[in-house]
Design a protein around this ligand. Structure first.
Ligand code: B3K
Ligand code: ZN
Length: 880
């Protein structure tokens, strides 16, 4: 495979002003006619270089240049390009190709899912549909005609507005769509199927009426309302917070069952994984409801951050993704609980993105090189990219940030631009120089920020000393200092925030402030500090760094209770838990008896007993850091010791806190019983505390807990309570009840693929012994298929990513199993194969024996035959 470099970027030689497509859909093939109205790029010289169109897996039937039919002597064909020599600066190319969506298992380009036709073109899937300049800086006006069997495909959709339709002989019909906005080919979409829709209206800020439609398979029509509500909230929020108005007369979402990711922002015709559309109380959890809301918002927000203003090249991917994740995170924060959303996002970032940043695939937010762009839809591009945007927001403040985003959209509307263009708009609007800040885009790796303090009682000064560094990453051995915004406060002995005045300032301003750490070593001195304060650092996680400060456990308990920043109260609890768990891990490794620091019990008890606290916060604070996070922060991860220590702590907490947990559980279950399901923050909060309490309580094995679990399982009216009860049983020693519940669940939900995904996941994640055999047996279940990405993620992905003790079995059988699946999937669906591989790429985290076993499996994959570029890139970089 060949590496593509950012430094080799050249503007396109030719442009495509208009693209006229006609699709003739049949059961055993599809014909695609493309008329491309082209011209020489006027910004380049007048000479006419060779035209090289992208095209893969296409059977060329006919091609004309300005109405002259070309013969094989007029062009060259390879397995990736069609090249020919234009003779005029403006010309029209007309081609007809045959393709095979009916046998496309890679789910890229045009393919079939549950009998319907659909597309996925980002990043480079359009070249599997027709010969084209398949790059985001070639933007064209599209008209699309789709024709197909009227009975099988009553609904025919594409981007833009419908302009004509009609019937043909032979039971066929057709529809033509016109998209008035220029767009790159990756935003093209087509859908044909037997679909029902829910329709609604939205009136925009300039009083235009927009038709909203969500299309699903008929049996799912009762699970669409939540997505529709989410869409309307998103449209309103984008108008209010960013001044962005929708621009077409119709906005459509289509749910499909087989989809490689969550969803896709095609202009006017978003195509979604059904898991990110369908939600109702009986079948989807609170988490699923929130994910639907977030993904609907994310794709909708792309209409401006991605579609109206798009990326010049794929190295700029975070331009649209980082920005849009930041936008959807703020939306979710406004719709639900801001602090809880931040906690969830930070926990996810620190567990998964930090691991990526420390692994063989580490890359900057704006990468310099890639082999397969599909491999770069990563946590770094999305989640770290969003953190970079959040830091810009923090440094500029809300007003200047909004001015910057207005300027960006206005200046670049209709263009394909770069991350530099975005930052420039922010600089121009705010007058703030972001030159050094831009290192966040170019340097990979997670910065470390070590902080020490010095209090001078006589001078009444308090100094914080910051030292930043960043570990080497592939291809980047030395890093320059970052701009790290550190929001902080200083607590006095009663837990109050002190007024903050830095040396040299005339007066104190505020009690929570943002300091910019820009040097490798830098100190800040606060004056008028009468007594030794306790610092609360990196409030709200104001920068994606690993911060260290030598807190002792009593200080962490103090912050847990008193910090005015909700995020940092949680963070203090996490740090306390990490210290306690690391102590237990050490005891286990030395073969000593495990002894839990009772301060953790005390801290959690007082949370449980304080009825004034937000229940969602209490639930978050009761959640111990996960095994994956404990792995990430270990020098060498000891799988068994991590699992053993964490389970020991959970068991001890369950026993010591039985009374308050039981009380909170029963009180919340009572309310849940008497309240119909509502997908809103206060109800999420109640159920989350109820459910985490139940999972602790079951560790005691008491009969009254079993009875309560069975009661909840059977009598609840929603999937959140039901799935928790099931998971609690699955991880419990009550074998008979577990088997019965699993069977009853599968029987009841066997026709609902998304619910069955949950059923697979719950079992895949069970850490009871024999996990691999259970997963292998479940692969034989009639509801499982390797061809559906949701199923692969639910069973195999959950096993390898969440069930660490079973996946990392010392004999390497978990690794062998995963490699076998990757090898099979490589031929079926390279993108899914490459993603599934991730756990094996982390081999450097483990001791020698496991390293050897993991590497052997990577080598076996490498030697297994013809590898896709996707799998080859990840495997070869992991072994390098
Ligand atoms: N832009 C798409 C991701 C496409 C991934 C292609 N391999 C979804 C999103 O981020 O909104
Ligand atoms: Zn996106």
């Amino acid at each position: 495979s060949k590496t593509i470099y950012l430094k080799d970027y050249r503007a396109p030689d030719y442009l495509i002003d208009e693209t006229h497509l006609t699709f003739e859909l049949f059961e055993d093939h599809t014909l695609v006619h493309a008329q491309l109205v082209m011209r020489r790029n006027p910004e380049l010289s007048a000479e006419l270089p060779v035209l090289s169109l992208d095209g893969q897996q296409l059977e060329l039937l006919r091609i004309t240049l300005d109405d002259r039919e070309l013969t094989a002597a007029d062009y060259q064909l390879s397995d990736s390009h069609l090249t020919l020599q234009p003779t005029q600066a403006s010309f029209v190319i007309d081609s007809t190709v045959r393709i095979h969506p009916e046998s496309n298992t890679a789910l890229e380009g045009l393919y079939k899912s549950s009998g319907m036709f659909c597309t996925q073109c980002e990043a480079e899937g359009f070249r599997k549909i027709t010969y084209y300049l398949d790059r985001p800086d070639v933007m064209s006006k599209f008209t699309t005609t789709v024709s197909g069997d009227k009975q099988k495909y009553p609904i025919l959709l594409s981007n833009g507005n419908p302009i004509a339709s009609g019937s043909e002989e032979g039971g066929r019909h057709w529809a033509t769509w016109e998209d008035p906005f220029k767009k790159p080919a990756y935003l093209f979409a087509l859908v044909a199927g037997d679909l029902w829709c829910v329709e609604d209206k939205f009136t925009t800020l300039s009083s235009r009426e927009v038709t909203l439609r969500i299309y699903v398979e008929p049996e799912n029509i009762d699970k669409v309302q939540h997505a529709m509500d989410s869409l309307k909230k998103s449209m309103k929020w984008d108008e209010e917070v960013y001044g962005r108005e929708y621009d077409l007369d119709i906005f459509m979402i289509v749910a499909v069952n087989d989809f490689n990711m969550g969803a896709m922002e095609n202009k006017g015709l978003n195509i979604f994984n059904s898991s990110c559309v369908l939600a109702r109380a009986e079948t989807a959890t609170d988490a699923a409801h929130q994910r639907v809301e977030a993904v609907v918002a994310h794709e909708y927000f792309h209409n401006w951050s991605g579609n109206r203003v798009t990326c010049r090249d794929w190295f700029q991917l975070s331009l649209k993704e980082g920005f849009t994740v930041f936008r959807d995170a703020e939306f979710s924060a406004d719709m639900n609980s801001r602090t809880v959303k931040r906690i969830e996002d930070v926990a996810y970032l620190r567990t998964h993105q930090f691991a990526e940043d420390a692994g063989p695939m580490a890359h900057p937010v704006r990468p310099d090189a890639y082999m397969e762009i599909s491999n770069f839809y990563t946590l770094t591009i999305y989640e770290k990219g969003s953190e970079v945007l959040r830091m810009i927001h923090t440094l500029l403040g809300n007003q200047a940030f909004r001015k910057g985003s207005d300027l960006y959209f206005e200046r670049h509307d209709g263009q394909a631009v770069t991350c530099d263009d975005f930052v420039k708009a922010m600089e121009d609007a705010s007058g703030i120089d972001l030159t050094q800040f831009k290192r966040w885009y170019t340097q990979a790796g997670t910065p470390r920020l070590a902080v020490s303090e010095a209090f001078d009682a006589t001078a009444r000064t308090y100094t914080l000393n910051f030292t930043q560094s960043c570990p080497a990453t592939p291809g980047q051995s030395d890093k320059l200092p970052f701009v790290i915004p550190v929001e902080l406060g200083l607590l006095d002995a009663r837990g109050n925030d002190l007024p903050l005045r830095l040396q040299g300032e005339a007066a104190a301003s505020g009690t929570s402030r943002v300091l910019s750490v820009t040097e490798a070593q830098q100190s800040f001195t606060f004056v008028d500090i009468a007594e030794q304060p306790l610092p609360s650092l990196l409030r709200g996680f104001s920068a994606p760094v690993k911060l260290s400060f030598p807190y002792d456990r009593d200080q962490l308990m103090f912050l847990m209770q008193h910090d005015s920043d909700g995020f940092n109260r949680w963070e203090a609890g996490q740090q306390l838990s990490v210290q306690v768990l690391q102590e237990l891990i050490g005891q286990q490794q030395r073969g000593e008896a495990l002894v839990l620091d009772q301060r953790l019990v005390t801290a959690l008890r007082s949370l449980l007993q304080d009825g004034r606290l937000d229940q969602a916060m209490v639930a978050e604070m009761l959640s111990l850091p996960g095994e994956a996070y404990l792995t990430e922060i270990s020098e060498v991860a000891d799988v068994e010791a991590i699992h053993g220590a964490r389970e020991f702590a959970r068991q001890q907490l369950a026993e010591a806190l039985f009374e308050p947990l039981w009380q909170r559980y029963q009180a919340n279950r009572e309310v849940s019983k008497g309240t119909p399901y509502v997908a809103e923050a206060e109800h999420f909060a109640r159920r989350s505390l109820q459910n985490i309490a139940l999972s602790y309580l079951m560790l005691t094995g008491k009969p009254e807990v079993l009875a309560a679990t069975l009661e909840q399982y059977e009598a609840c009216d929603n999937m959140t309570e039901r799935l928790t009860a099931l998971a609690v049983l699955v991880n419990s020693p009550f074998e008979a009840e577990r088997g019965k519940a699993l069977e009853a669940f599968a029987e009841h939900f066997k026709d609902n693929a998304l619910v069955m995904d949950q059923w697979f996941s719950v079992q895949a994640a069970s850490t009871l012994p024999g996990g691999l055999q259970r997963v292998q047996a479940l692969m034989q279940h009639p509801a499982f298929t390797l061809k559906n990405p949701n199923k692969v993620r639910a069973l195999i992905g959950a096993f390898a990513g969440q069930n660490l003790v079973n996946f990392h079995l010392a004999d390497g059988s978990g690794y062998r199993f995963l490699a076998d699946q990757v090898i099979t999937l490589n031929a079926l669906n390279p993108q899914i194969a490459s993603r599934l591989l991730a756990p094996l790429t982390r081999w450097r985290k483990y001791a020698a024996a496991r390293q050897a076993l993991m590497k052997a499996e990577l080598e076996r994959i490498l030697a297994s035959g013809e590898l896709s570029a996707d799998v080859y890139e990840v495997v070869s970089k992991s072994l390098a």
